[in-house]
Design a binder for this molecule. Sequence first.
Ligand SMILES: C[S@@+](CC[C@H](N)C(=O)[O-])C[C@H]1O[C@@H](n2cnc3c(N)ncnc32)[C@H](O)[C@@H]1O
Length: 194
Amino acid sequence: MWNERYASNEFAYGTEPNSFLVQNTNLLTSPVLSLAEGEGRNAVFLASLGLDVLGVDQSDVGLAKAQKLAASRGLVIRTEVADLASYEPPENHYGSVISISAHLPSQVRDRLYPRVERSLKPGGVIILESYAKAQISRNTGGPKDIDMLLDLADLEQQFPNCERIFAREIEREIIEGTFHTGLAWVVQFIARKK
Ligand SMILES: C[S@@+](CC[C@H](N)C(=O)[O-])C[C@H]1O[C@@H](n2cnc3c(N)ncnc32)[C@H](O)[C@@H]1O
């Protein structure tokens, strides 16, 4: 499904970075792991700030576009084709992990998030934005499977070894390519590894 979506020359979510990520880049340090990076808009932006970024995604087509986007701007990003359902990030390694619209089934999240937490160095930060469960009845973006949408209460349980820096569920205008466009409910979450 994702390779099909990414097959066109267009960028499904545009080439501009996610605005919540942009607002919080001051918290990020290298190396950065970007979960479900897609076509590279966020990784390329972070590379433009001098950060060392690894973008992981199951879509080889998406990551090939990500590499092209980086090269077109004279930037370097690292990419890895992998299924997050079985992904094993190295422990105590990352300064930051970003998860932008990385909509995954709860079973995959429940396995992945403890590994993400362990992959952070002490003081490392996770920045996450996802469509919220309240978005299910909207047609402005996000999966149509409620299990892949987040709520804050659930998320707060997921990172017990992190201190919460920021957490909210809000309705906000999103303009990110063809597939994320319009007023939408999102969860925004930032936490720091103790
Ligand atoms: C809505 S797109 C978001 C892409 C990117 N984060 C962005 O904000 O532009 C969701 C991405 O999740 C990836 N994805 C979904 N399930 C995955 C899995 N099990 N393992 C790795 N990537 C996955 C898809 O390939 C797709 O690129």
